[in-house]
Design a protein around this ligand. Structure first.
Ligand SMILES: *Cc1c(COP(=O)(O)O)cnc(C)c1O
Length: 399
C-alpha cells in the first residue's frame, strides 16, 4: 500500500470543547434498546452475540458479500462458516438469494444498516421468523436513528454497535438485545493500564488535530513524561506482556479472543453517557447535507443515496465513483481522509458470489461528516475534493 500522508483533518470524531452540551431534545439511539452491554469494540460484540445465540463450530452464518473483514473474523474464530449472500445495488439484502442459501446448518442472518441507513428491517425480521433464523442486526454504522418507529438495534434478536465510529473514543462497542437480557454476560475490567491508555489516547488524538490546545499545553509535560516511563516499562516487560489495548483501537481488522470478556473503558463509557447526542446528530446531518450539495454537480460521481431521510444520522457520506482508483489515491495524497468500506473482502468473495458487492467495495468511497469537523475543515474538505475530482476527470478525458 502506498505511503499516504496523515490526513489533514480527523477521519473520526475527536475530543473537543463542545463535547458536553446542555439539555437537548432526545434522539433515538441504540442505547434505547432494552438490554445493552458495553464492550471494547463492535467485533467483540459480534463474538458475544454469536455466543449468546449458541452458534458453534460447523454452524453457518449468513453474511452480506459487502462487508468488513472485522465482521467475519468473530464468526470464523468460533469455527462457524460464513456464507455470503448477495446485496442489491442500493445495499439492501437480497432475500431471494438468501432463501436459496439456507441449509440445515444455517443459524443466523447478519444484516448491516450501511452508513446509518436502514435495511428493510421489518421484512427481514419476518423472513427470519418464517425460516427459523436468528437475526443479528449490525448497527456499526447506525448508532443513532430509527427504522419503522423503533430505534436501530431493536429489530434483531441481537444487535451490535461500534462506539468508536460515532464518539471521540478509542475503544467501545455495544452488545444489544431488545428480546434477551444480557446482564449475565460476564465482563471484567481490562485493568488500570488499559484504562489509562484509552484516556491518554483520546486526548492525544485530539491534540494531533489541534483540539483542546490550552489543555494540551497543560498536559504536554505529563504526556512527555508518560512516553518516557512507557519506554522504560516496555523495555522491562518486553515480549511476555500482553497487548495493552485491542488492535481494533488502532483501526486494525483482527479479532483477539482475549478481549471478548473485557468491559469498555471508563473514559469511553463516560463520554458516551455525557456527550451531547443532539449536537452529534445535527452536526452529522448538517455536514452530510453540505457534502451532498457540494458533490451534486461533480463529474464521474454521485451520492450513494439520493436523499437523507429524517430518521437517519449518517456515519459517513458515501459517494459512487465511475473510475475510483485514480481519484482514491489522489485524494489520499491530498490528505483527505477517506474510508472505503469493504475494501478488503473475505477470501473467496468475488464476482461469482456477488458482482454488485465487488463493485461497491471498489467504487463507493466515503467522506467523513462527523460532528468534530469544524466549518473550516469541512470547507477545506469540499474544496480539496472538488479540485481533485475535477482535475482527475480532466486527466482521464485527455488520456
Ligand atoms: C466497523 C464495523 C464493525 C466492527 O466494529 P469495530 O468496533 O471496529 O470492531 C462491524 N460491522 C461493520 C459493518 C463495521 O463497519
Amino acid at each position: 500500500m502506498p505511503d499516504y500522508p496523515k490526513p489533514h483533518i480527523p477521519i473520526d470524531p475527536v475530543l473537543d470543547a463542545d463535547l458536553f452540551g446542555g439539555k437537548d431534545p432526545p434522539v433515538s439511539s441504540v442505547l434505547d434498546v432494552a438490554h445493552v452491554r458495553h464492550v471494547t469494540s463492535g467485533r467483540m460484540a459480534i463474538g458475544l452475540a454469536l455466543e449468546q445465540m449458541d452458534v458453534r463450530a460447523g454452524d453457518q452464518v449468513l453474511m452480506p458479500a459487502y462487508h468488513s473483514r472485522s465482521m467475519v473474523e468473530p464468526v470464523v474464530a468460533i469455527g462457524a462458516e460464513p456464507v455470503f449472500f448477495r446485496v442489491l445495488a442500493d445495499g439492501r439484502a437480497d432475500l431471494d438469494d438468501i432463501a436459496g442459501k439456507i441449509t440445515g446448518r444455517s443459524r443466523v442472518l447478519v444484516v448491516v444498516n450501511y452508513f446509518g441507513f436502514p435495511q428493510d428491517l421489518a421484512a427481514i425480521r419476518a423472513f427470519c421468523d418464517d425460516r427459523g433464523l436468528l437475526m443479528l442486526e449490525d448497527c456499526a454504522h447506525a448508532f443513532f436513528g430509527e427504522s419503522a418507529g423503533k430505534p436501530f438495534g431493536s429489530h434483531g434478536d441481537y444487535a451490535i454497535a461500534s462506539s468508536m465510529k460515532f464518539f471521540p473514543v478509542c475503544d467501545g462497542g455495544c452488545l444489544l438485545s431488545s428480546r434477551h437480557p444480557l446482564h449475565h454476560v460476564p465482563l471484567k475490567s481490562a485493568g488500570v493500564r488499559f484504562e489509562l491508555k484509552m484516556l491518554v489516547n483520546a486526548f492525544e488524538k485530539a491534540f494531533a488535530y489541534h483540539r483542546l490546545t490550552l489543555l494540551s499545553v497543560l498536559l504536554s509535560l505529563p504526556i512527555r513524561l508518560k512516553n518516557r516511563v512507557w519506554k522504560l516499562f516496555k523495555t522491562f516487560r518486553r515480549s511476555t506482556s500482553a497487548p495493552l489495548a485491542p488492535r481494533a483501537s488502532e483501526g486494525a481488522f483482527g479479532f483477539e479472543k482475549e478481549w471478548l470478556d473485557k468491559r469498555c473503558s471508563l473514559v469511553s463509557r463516560t463520554i458516551l453517557r455525557n456527550a451531547s447526542i443532539f449536537r452529534l446528530w445535527t452536526a452529522r446531518r448538517d455536514n452530510y447535507l453540505r457534502l451532498q450539495a457540494a458533490f451534486a454537480a461533480l463529474p464521474g460521481c454521485r451520492p450513494f443515496y439520493a436523499m437523507l431521510p429524517e430518521t437517519v444520522c449518517p456515519w459517513v457520506f458515501p459517494v459512487v465513483f465511475d473510475e475510483p482508483e485514480a481519484v482514491f489515491s489522489r485524494l489520499k495524497f491530498a490528505g483527505v481522509p477517506i474510508v472505503r468500506f469493504g475494501e478488503f473482502l473475505w477470501d473467496g468473495v468475488d464476482r461469482t458470489v456477488c458482482s454488485i458487492s465487488v463493485d461497491l467495495s471498489r467504487r463507493v468511497l466515503q467522506f467523513p461528516c462527523h460532528q468534530s469537523l469544524t466549518t473550516a475543515e469541512l470547507d477545506w474538505l469540499i474544496a480539496t475534493a472538488r479540485t481533485t475530482i475535477l482535475s482527475t476527470a480532466k486527466t482521464d478525458a485527455v488520456a
